[in-house]
Design a protein around this ligand. Structure first.
Ligand code: GRF
Length: 196
């Protein structure tokens, strides 16, 4: 069984969809731990409710990013974590974690990458006036929303769309696509490990 850590900074609706999929048996994994960088994030309440250990690491408590990530890494090792899912984690992953979890970190981004990387991708797409945007799940590398793409789903922007209604549509897609894609990734990893 894949031991997962979720990293999040905010609301955590994607964290919720992952733990719900585990609970419902659609995702064969365990969520061992939540890593958060914001002490007031709502995702922490969700973890508490679900009885998932959660740890807050504030970057300003550390000398530099490498020390920050080394502390996180230690926690991940305590929980024997195999895989990391970023779910609204508002920080770039640095070399310390990338090297320790090579090809084992995935992210969800609310646009059809490579279009609209970075902050507020939904607002960016809305303001650009595109007729189609969507959701991307990708492996994480050192860039901002640049790693190899695993899955994408398009979302149409209708003529009477508001930014708020688009946001809702995107989140609805995310909450299905992320657990589904993680299930495929974990299955593929399992097969590759058993072929070795
Ligand atoms: C999602 O739109 C995700 O694609 C992006 O950040 C948002 C997090 O939302 N990376 P939530 O905190 O999971 O509700």
């Amino acid at each position: 069984m894949c031991k997962l850590a979720v990293f999040a900074s905010g609301n955590g609706s994607n964290f919720q969809s992952i733990i719900d999929a585990i609970e419902g048996g659609q995702l064969q994994a365990t969520c061992e731990v939540l890593i958060c960088d914001q002490p007031s994030a709502k995702v922490l309440e969700r973890a508490e409710k679900a009885n998932i250990p959660a740890f807050v690491f504030k970057i300003k408590d550390f000398e530099n990013k490498s020390a920050f990530e080394r502390a996180i890494l230690e926690k991940l090792r305590d929980y024997d974590v195999h895989f990391i899912a970023l779910a609204g984690y508002m920080r770039l992953i640095g070399p310390t974690l990338l090297e320790a979890y090579e090809h084992k970190i995935v992210n969800i981004h609310p646009s059809l990458l490579p279009a609209f990387p970075g902050l507020d991708a939904i607002g960016q797409a809305f303001r650009a006036g595109v007729k189609v945007t969507g959701v991307t799940i990708h492996y994480v590398d050192s860039g901002m929303d640049t790693g190899p793409i695993i899955a994408q789903q398009a979302v149409e922007i209708s003529d009477d769309e508001t930014e708020e209604s688009l946001r809702k549509k995107i989140h609805t897609v995310e909450h299905v696509l992320y657990p589904q894609t993680l299930a495929h990734v974990f299955e593929k990893n399992k097969q590759e490990a058993s072929n070795k």
